[in-house]
Design a protein around this ligand. Structure first.
Ligand SMILES: *Cc1c(COP(=O)(O)O)cnc(C)c1O
Length: 400
Protein backbone atom coordinates (compact mmCIF):
# COMPACT_ATOMS: atom_id res chain seq x y z
CA UNK A 1 0.00 0.00 0.00
CA UNK A 2 1.26 3.43 -0.93
CA UNK A 3 2.15 5.55 2.08
CA UNK A 4 0.81 9.06 1.92
CA UNK A 5 2.44 11.82 3.86
CA UNK A 6 0.00 14.22 5.44
CA UNK A 7 2.32 17.18 5.49
CA UNK A 8 0.50 20.06 3.95
CA UNK A 9 -3.19 19.44 4.28
CA UNK A 10 -3.36 17.97 7.74
CA UNK A 11 -3.41 19.87 10.97
CA UNK A 12 -0.05 21.03 12.39
CA UNK A 13 0.98 20.60 16.00
CA UNK A 14 -0.46 23.98 16.92
CA UNK A 15 -3.91 23.00 15.66
CA UNK A 16 -3.84 24.91 12.37
CA UNK A 17 -4.57 23.94 8.78
CA UNK A 18 -2.32 26.49 7.08
CA UNK A 19 -3.55 29.79 8.50
CA UNK A 20 -6.94 28.40 9.61
CA UNK A 21 -8.05 26.64 12.77
CA UNK A 22 -6.64 27.13 16.25
CA UNK A 23 -8.62 27.43 19.46
CA UNK A 24 -10.17 30.84 20.05
CA UNK A 25 -12.06 30.21 23.24
CA UNK A 26 -13.08 32.05 26.39
CA UNK A 27 -10.69 31.59 29.29
CA UNK A 28 -13.35 29.64 31.16
CA UNK A 29 -13.31 26.87 28.55
CA UNK A 30 -9.55 26.56 28.56
CA UNK A 31 -9.36 23.65 31.01
CA UNK A 32 -12.01 21.56 29.16
CA UNK A 33 -10.37 22.04 25.78
CA UNK A 34 -6.89 21.38 27.17
CA UNK A 35 -8.06 18.15 28.76
CA UNK A 36 -9.43 16.97 25.42
CA UNK A 37 -6.48 18.24 23.38
CA UNK A 38 -3.90 16.49 25.50
CA UNK A 39 -5.80 13.20 25.59
CA UNK A 40 -7.67 12.56 22.34
CA UNK A 41 -4.79 11.17 20.28
CA UNK A 42 -3.58 8.77 22.94
CA UNK A 43 -7.14 7.58 23.67
CA UNK A 44 -7.80 6.96 19.96
CA UNK A 45 -4.52 5.04 19.69
CA UNK A 46 -5.37 2.66 22.55
CA UNK A 47 -5.97 -0.90 21.45
CA UNK A 48 -9.19 -1.32 23.43
CA UNK A 49 -10.54 1.93 21.98
CA UNK A 50 -9.83 0.76 18.44
CA UNK A 51 -11.43 -2.60 19.15
CA UNK A 52 -14.61 -1.10 20.57
CA UNK A 53 -14.82 1.57 17.85
CA UNK A 54 -14.39 -0.92 15.02
CA UNK A 55 -16.83 -3.36 16.58
CA UNK A 56 -19.49 -0.65 16.85
CA UNK A 57 -18.85 0.54 13.30
CA UNK A 58 -19.37 -2.94 11.89
CA UNK A 59 -22.04 -4.34 14.18
CA UNK A 60 -24.04 -1.25 15.12
CA UNK A 61 -23.50 1.36 12.40
CA UNK A 62 -23.42 -1.24 9.60
CA UNK A 63 -19.99 -0.63 8.10
CA UNK A 64 -18.38 -0.98 5.69
CA UNK A 65 -21.06 0.76 3.66
CA UNK A 66 -21.23 -0.39 0.03
CA UNK A 67 -19.50 1.40 -2.82
CA UNK A 68 -22.23 1.00 -5.43
CA UNK A 69 -21.44 1.22 -9.12
CA UNK A 70 -24.17 3.47 -10.56
CA UNK A 71 -24.73 1.86 -13.96
CA UNK A 72 -27.46 4.04 -15.39
CA UNK A 73 -26.07 7.26 -13.95
CA UNK A 74 -22.69 6.36 -15.45
CA UNK A 75 -24.26 5.77 -18.85
CA UNK A 76 -25.94 9.15 -18.68
CA UNK A 77 -22.79 11.09 -17.71
CA UNK A 78 -20.44 8.92 -19.83
CA UNK A 79 -18.09 8.18 -16.98
CA UNK A 80 -17.62 5.52 -14.29
CA UNK A 81 -19.59 6.71 -11.30
CA UNK A 82 -19.61 5.05 -7.90
CA UNK A 83 -21.74 6.03 -4.90
CA UNK A 84 -20.35 5.71 -1.37
CA UNK A 85 -23.42 4.66 0.54
CA UNK A 86 -23.42 6.53 3.86
CA UNK A 87 -27.20 6.59 3.43
CA UNK A 88 -27.20 2.95 4.49
CA UNK A 89 -25.72 3.53 7.95
CA UNK A 90 -27.80 3.25 11.12
CA UNK A 91 -29.71 6.55 11.49
CA UNK A 92 -29.24 7.19 7.77
CA UNK A 93 -26.25 9.50 7.49
CA UNK A 94 -22.52 9.74 8.10
CA UNK A 95 -22.95 11.70 11.36
CA UNK A 96 -23.10 8.49 13.41
CA UNK A 97 -19.43 7.68 12.54
CA UNK A 98 -18.44 10.72 14.56
CA UNK A 99 -20.82 10.39 17.50
CA UNK A 100 -19.80 6.75 18.04
CA UNK A 101 -16.17 7.86 18.18
CA UNK A 102 -16.79 10.79 20.50
CA UNK A 103 -18.96 8.86 22.97
CA UNK A 104 -16.10 6.39 23.41
CA UNK A 105 -13.72 9.29 24.07
CA UNK A 106 -16.17 10.73 26.62
CA UNK A 107 -16.42 7.38 28.41
CA UNK A 108 -12.66 7.04 28.64
CA UNK A 109 -12.38 10.57 30.00
CA UNK A 110 -14.80 9.55 32.76
CA UNK A 111 -17.58 11.89 31.62
CA UNK A 112 -21.20 11.01 32.45
CA UNK A 113 -23.22 13.84 30.93
CA UNK A 114 -23.30 14.56 27.18
CA UNK A 115 -24.31 17.83 25.56
CA UNK A 116 -24.74 18.58 21.86
CA UNK A 117 -26.05 21.33 19.60
CA UNK A 118 -28.24 20.68 16.62
CA UNK A 119 -29.73 22.64 13.74
CA UNK A 120 -31.77 20.31 11.58
CA UNK A 121 -31.71 17.72 14.31
CA UNK A 122 -29.57 15.18 12.43
CA UNK A 123 -26.59 15.56 14.73
CA UNK A 124 -28.89 15.68 17.75
CA UNK A 125 -30.38 12.35 16.72
CA UNK A 126 -26.93 10.81 16.13
CA UNK A 127 -25.78 12.04 19.56
CA UNK A 128 -28.97 10.88 21.33
CA UNK A 129 -28.60 7.49 19.64
CA UNK A 130 -25.12 6.77 21.02
CA UNK A 131 -26.14 8.10 24.45
CA UNK A 132 -29.03 5.63 24.54
CA UNK A 133 -26.63 2.90 23.46
CA UNK A 134 -24.21 3.73 26.27
CA UNK A 135 -26.82 4.63 28.89
CA UNK A 136 -25.56 8.19 29.20
CA UNK A 137 -27.49 11.37 29.96
CA UNK A 138 -27.94 13.51 26.86
CA UNK A 139 -28.95 17.16 26.56
CA UNK A 140 -29.44 18.64 23.09
CA UNK A 141 -29.67 22.40 22.54
CA UNK A 142 -31.85 23.39 19.62
CA UNK A 143 -33.20 26.73 18.44
CA UNK A 144 -36.93 27.36 18.75
CA UNK A 145 -37.23 28.02 15.01
CA UNK A 146 -35.50 24.74 14.17
CA UNK A 147 -37.66 22.80 16.61
CA UNK A 148 -40.73 23.95 14.70
CA UNK A 149 -39.15 23.12 11.32
CA UNK A 150 -37.80 19.70 12.28
CA UNK A 151 -40.38 18.12 14.54
CA UNK A 152 -39.80 14.46 13.49
CA UNK A 153 -36.19 14.73 14.67
CA UNK A 154 -37.33 16.28 17.96
CA UNK A 155 -39.61 13.28 18.47
CA UNK A 156 -36.73 10.92 17.68
CA UNK A 157 -34.40 12.59 20.17
CA UNK A 158 -37.03 12.51 22.92
CA UNK A 159 -37.84 8.88 22.20
CA UNK A 160 -34.12 8.12 22.47
CA UNK A 161 -34.18 9.58 25.95
CA UNK A 162 -32.52 12.93 25.26
CA UNK A 163 -33.64 16.18 26.83
CA UNK A 164 -34.17 18.77 24.10
CA UNK A 165 -33.60 22.30 25.44
CA UNK A 166 -35.31 25.07 23.51
CA UNK A 167 -33.04 28.01 22.67
CA UNK A 168 -34.91 31.31 22.42
CA UNK A 169 -32.00 33.72 22.06
CA UNK A 170 -30.77 35.45 18.89
CA UNK A 171 -32.15 34.08 15.65
CA UNK A 172 -33.20 30.90 17.54
CA UNK A 173 -31.27 28.65 15.14
CA UNK A 174 -28.04 26.63 15.08
CA UNK A 175 -25.52 29.28 16.07
CA UNK A 176 -27.58 30.26 19.10
CA UNK A 177 -27.94 26.60 20.09
CA UNK A 178 -24.15 26.29 19.87
CA UNK A 179 -23.68 29.31 22.12
CA UNK A 180 -26.00 27.76 24.71
CA UNK A 181 -24.14 24.44 24.57
CA UNK A 182 -20.85 26.28 25.17
CA UNK A 183 -22.40 28.11 28.13
CA UNK A 184 -23.56 24.79 29.57
CA UNK A 185 -20.05 23.34 29.18
CA UNK A 186 -18.52 26.29 31.02
CA UNK A 187 -20.95 25.68 33.88
CA UNK A 188 -20.33 21.91 34.00
CA UNK A 189 -16.62 21.52 33.34
CA UNK A 190 -16.07 18.31 35.30
CA UNK A 191 -18.71 15.74 34.36
CA UNK A 192 -19.75 16.99 30.90
CA UNK A 193 -18.50 16.18 27.42
CA UNK A 194 -19.54 18.28 24.41
CA UNK A 195 -20.08 16.26 21.20
CA UNK A 196 -19.64 18.63 18.24
CA UNK A 197 -21.27 17.48 15.00
CA UNK A 198 -18.89 18.53 12.24
CA UNK A 199 -15.25 19.46 11.54
CA UNK A 200 -15.80 22.82 13.23
CA UNK A 201 -15.12 24.39 16.62
CA UNK A 202 -11.81 24.89 18.44
CA UNK A 203 -8.86 22.53 18.03
CA UNK A 204 -8.88 19.53 18.56
CA UNK A 205 -12.48 19.07 17.35
CA UNK A 206 -11.91 19.56 13.59
CA UNK A 207 -9.06 17.05 13.58
CA UNK A 208 -10.83 14.57 15.85
CA UNK A 209 -14.03 14.59 13.79
CA UNK A 210 -12.07 14.29 10.53
CA UNK A 211 -10.28 11.23 11.92
CA UNK A 212 -13.57 9.57 12.85
CA UNK A 213 -15.09 10.34 9.43
CA UNK A 214 -11.92 9.20 7.61
CA UNK A 215 -13.32 5.66 7.77
CA UNK A 216 -15.19 6.72 4.61
CA UNK A 217 -12.08 7.20 2.45
CA UNK A 218 -10.34 4.27 4.11
CA UNK A 219 -13.15 2.02 2.89
CA UNK A 220 -13.24 3.65 -0.56
CA UNK A 221 -9.54 2.77 -1.00
CA UNK A 222 -10.11 -0.88 -0.18
CA UNK A 223 -13.29 -1.12 -2.23
CA UNK A 224 -11.79 0.49 -5.35
CA UNK A 225 -8.77 -1.75 -5.07
CA UNK A 226 -11.12 -4.71 -5.38
CA UNK A 227 -13.33 -3.42 -8.19
CA UNK A 228 -10.88 -1.31 -10.19
CA UNK A 229 -7.49 -2.67 -9.18
CA UNK A 230 -6.32 0.68 -7.84
CA UNK A 231 -7.08 2.36 -4.58
CA UNK A 232 -7.94 5.88 -5.65
CA UNK A 233 -10.53 7.53 -7.91
CA UNK A 234 -9.86 10.36 -10.36
CA UNK A 235 -12.47 12.53 -8.75
CA UNK A 236 -14.29 12.48 -5.46
CA UNK A 237 -17.32 14.68 -4.87
CA UNK A 238 -18.98 15.56 -1.54
CA UNK A 239 -21.30 18.26 -0.21
CA UNK A 240 -20.15 20.71 2.46
CA UNK A 241 -22.10 22.11 5.38
CA UNK A 242 -19.57 22.25 8.19
CA UNK A 243 -17.53 19.84 6.10
CA UNK A 244 -17.35 16.51 7.93
CA UNK A 245 -18.57 14.06 5.28
CA UNK A 246 -16.33 15.76 2.71
CA UNK A 247 -13.35 15.71 5.10
CA UNK A 248 -13.91 11.99 5.67
CA UNK A 249 -14.27 11.26 1.97
CA UNK A 250 -11.14 13.26 1.06
CA UNK A 251 -8.95 12.30 4.03
CA UNK A 252 -6.84 9.45 2.65
CA UNK A 253 -6.52 11.11 -0.77
CA UNK A 254 -5.27 14.49 0.43
CA UNK A 255 -1.68 13.92 -0.62
CA UNK A 256 -2.40 12.07 -3.81
CA UNK A 257 -2.58 14.86 -6.37
CA UNK A 258 -4.00 12.48 -8.96
CA UNK A 259 -7.28 12.66 -7.07
CA UNK A 260 -9.38 15.74 -7.72
CA UNK A 261 -11.20 16.73 -4.53
CA UNK A 262 -14.50 18.42 -5.35
CA UNK A 263 -16.66 20.00 -2.66
CA UNK A 264 -20.13 21.44 -3.23
CA UNK A 265 -21.79 24.11 -1.11
CA UNK A 266 -25.46 25.00 -0.92
CA UNK A 267 -25.98 28.00 -3.17
CA UNK A 268 -29.58 28.42 -2.05
CA UNK A 269 -31.47 30.78 -4.33
CA UNK A 270 -28.23 32.06 -5.91
CA UNK A 271 -25.02 33.73 -4.76
CA UNK A 272 -26.21 37.23 -5.60
CA UNK A 273 -29.66 36.73 -4.02
CA UNK A 274 -28.25 36.96 -0.52
CA UNK A 275 -30.17 33.75 0.25
CA UNK A 276 -27.25 31.35 0.21
CA UNK A 277 -25.11 29.05 2.32
CA UNK A 278 -22.07 29.23 0.02
CA UNK A 279 -19.61 30.07 2.78
CA UNK A 280 -16.39 29.49 0.86
CA UNK A 281 -17.61 31.39 -2.18
CA UNK A 282 -18.98 34.40 -0.31
CA UNK A 283 -17.19 34.21 3.03
CA UNK A 284 -14.32 36.10 4.51
CA UNK A 285 -11.75 35.28 7.13
CA UNK A 286 -12.86 35.60 10.68
CA UNK A 287 -13.18 33.76 13.97
CA UNK A 288 -16.33 31.74 14.43
CA UNK A 289 -17.25 29.23 17.12
CA UNK A 290 -13.70 28.75 18.28
CA UNK A 291 -11.65 28.66 15.13
CA UNK A 292 -10.25 30.95 12.46
CA UNK A 293 -11.99 30.13 9.22
CA UNK A 294 -14.09 31.50 6.39
CA UNK A 295 -17.56 32.66 7.31
CA UNK A 296 -20.46 34.66 6.00
CA UNK A 297 -20.40 38.08 7.63
CA UNK A 298 -21.51 41.60 6.86
CA UNK A 299 -19.32 44.73 6.84
CA UNK A 300 -19.57 45.01 10.62
CA UNK A 301 -18.44 41.44 11.11
CA UNK A 302 -21.93 40.26 12.07
CA UNK A 303 -22.85 36.74 10.99
CA UNK A 304 -25.13 36.66 7.97
CA UNK A 305 -27.99 34.16 8.34
CA UNK A 306 -27.38 31.38 5.84
CA UNK A 307 -30.06 29.86 3.65
CA UNK A 308 -30.27 26.54 1.83
CA UNK A 309 -33.20 24.26 1.04
CA UNK A 310 -31.20 21.57 2.80
CA UNK A 311 -31.03 22.00 6.55
CA UNK A 312 -27.65 20.26 6.84
CA UNK A 313 -25.93 22.79 4.57
CA UNK A 314 -27.56 25.79 6.21
CA UNK A 315 -24.47 26.88 8.20
CA UNK A 316 -22.67 30.26 8.08
CA UNK A 317 -19.19 28.84 8.65
CA UNK A 318 -17.07 26.01 7.31
CA UNK A 319 -14.39 23.86 8.97
CA UNK A 320 -10.80 25.20 8.82
CA UNK A 321 -9.82 22.03 6.93
CA UNK A 322 -11.88 23.27 3.97
CA UNK A 323 -10.84 26.93 4.26
CA UNK A 324 -7.29 25.67 3.85
CA UNK A 325 -7.97 23.21 1.00
CA UNK A 326 -9.66 26.06 -0.83
CA UNK A 327 -6.99 28.68 -0.13
CA UNK A 328 -4.16 26.30 -1.06
CA UNK A 329 -5.88 25.31 -4.28
CA UNK A 330 -5.90 21.60 -3.39
CA UNK A 331 -9.71 21.41 -3.37
CA UNK A 332 -12.20 22.57 -5.99
CA UNK A 333 -15.18 24.32 -4.37
CA UNK A 334 -18.39 24.46 -6.38
CA UNK A 335 -21.92 25.56 -5.57
CA UNK A 336 -25.33 24.09 -6.46
CA UNK A 337 -28.65 25.89 -6.10
CA UNK A 338 -31.76 24.49 -4.42
CA UNK A 339 -33.22 23.84 -7.86
CA UNK A 340 -30.15 22.02 -9.15
CA UNK A 341 -30.05 19.85 -6.04
CA UNK A 342 -33.74 18.96 -6.37
CA UNK A 343 -33.26 17.98 -10.02
CA UNK A 344 -30.26 15.83 -9.09
CA UNK A 345 -32.24 14.10 -6.32
CA UNK A 346 -35.08 13.20 -8.70
CA UNK A 347 -32.60 12.05 -11.32
CA UNK A 348 -30.76 9.70 -8.95
CA UNK A 349 -34.03 8.30 -7.65
CA UNK A 350 -35.29 7.45 -11.12
CA UNK A 351 -32.01 6.14 -12.50
CA UNK A 352 -30.73 4.15 -9.54
CA UNK A 353 -33.63 3.61 -7.15
CA UNK A 354 -31.96 5.59 -4.38
CA UNK A 355 -33.62 8.60 -2.73
CA UNK A 356 -30.73 10.78 -1.50
CA UNK A 357 -30.71 13.37 1.27
CA UNK A 358 -31.06 16.90 -0.09
CA UNK A 359 -27.54 17.64 1.16
CA UNK A 360 -26.10 14.73 -0.83
CA UNK A 361 -28.10 15.85 -3.86
CA UNK A 362 -25.88 18.94 -4.00
CA UNK A 363 -22.88 16.67 -4.56
CA UNK A 364 -24.78 14.85 -7.32
CA UNK A 365 -25.63 18.18 -8.96
CA UNK A 366 -21.91 18.76 -9.52
CA UNK A 367 -21.87 15.99 -12.17
CA UNK A 368 -23.34 18.58 -14.54
CA UNK A 369 -20.69 21.16 -13.66
CA UNK A 370 -17.43 19.30 -14.19
CA UNK A 371 -15.64 17.75 -17.16
CA UNK A 372 -16.03 13.98 -17.05
CA UNK A 373 -13.89 11.70 -19.20
CA UNK A 374 -15.07 8.20 -20.22
CA UNK A 375 -12.22 6.56 -18.30
CA UNK A 376 -12.65 8.66 -15.18
CA UNK A 377 -13.45 6.85 -11.97
CA UNK A 378 -15.71 9.17 -10.00
CA UNK A 379 -16.91 8.64 -6.43
CA UNK A 380 -19.87 10.65 -5.13
CA UNK A 381 -20.23 10.53 -1.36
CA UNK A 382 -23.90 9.91 -0.67
CA UNK A 383 -23.85 11.39 2.83
CA UNK A 384 -27.41 10.45 3.78
CA UNK A 385 -30.81 9.16 2.78
CA UNK A 386 -33.80 11.22 1.75
CA UNK A 387 -36.52 10.04 4.14
CA UNK A 388 -36.21 13.21 6.20
CA UNK A 389 -36.71 15.34 3.06
CA UNK A 390 -39.86 13.73 1.72
CA UNK A 391 -42.02 16.72 2.54
CA UNK A 392 -39.82 19.00 0.43
CA UNK A 393 -39.63 16.43 -2.35
CA UNK A 394 -43.40 16.06 -2.44
CA UNK A 395 -43.84 19.84 -2.68
CA UNK A 396 -41.32 20.10 -5.50
CA UNK A 397 -41.97 16.82 -7.23
CA UNK A 398 -42.24 16.17 -10.88
CA UNK A 399 -43.70 12.71 -11.21
CA UNK A 400 -44.80 12.61 -14.83
C1 LIG B 1 -25.43 17.16 8.44
C2 LIG B 1 -25.40 16.61 7.07
C3 LIG B 1 -24.53 17.12 6.10
C4 LIG B 1 -23.65 18.30 6.32
O1 LIG B 1 -22.68 18.16 7.32
P1 LIG B 1 -21.14 18.00 6.99
O2 LIG B 1 -20.47 18.16 8.31
O3 LIG B 1 -20.76 19.06 6.01
O4 LIG B 1 -20.94 16.65 6.41
C5 LIG B 1 -24.51 16.50 4.85
N1 LIG B 1 -25.31 15.46 4.55
C6 LIG B 1 -26.17 14.96 5.47
C7 LIG B 1 -27.04 13.81 5.06
C8 LIG B 1 -26.25 15.51 6.75
O5 LIG B 1 -27.12 15.00 7.64
Amino acid sequence: MKKYKHMHYQINDKGYYGEFGGAYIPEMLHANIEELRTRYLSIIAQEDFQEEYKDLLSNYVGRPTPLSYARRLSAKYKSKIYLKREDLTHTGAHKINNTVGQILIAKRMGKTRIIAETGAGQHGVAAATVCALMGMKCIVYMGEVDIKRQSPNVTRMKMLGAEVRVVKSGSRTLKDATNEAIRDWINHPVDTYYIIGSVVGPHPYPDMVARFQSVISDEIQKQLKKTEGREFPDKIIACVGGGSNAAGAFYHFLDNKEVELIAVEGEGLGISSGKTAATIRTGEEGVFQGSKTLLMQDQDGQIVEPYSISAGLDYPGVGPFHAHLFKSGRGTYLVATDKEALAAAFELTKLEGIIPALESAHALAALKKIVLLPDDIVVVNLSGRGDKDLEIYSKNGNYE
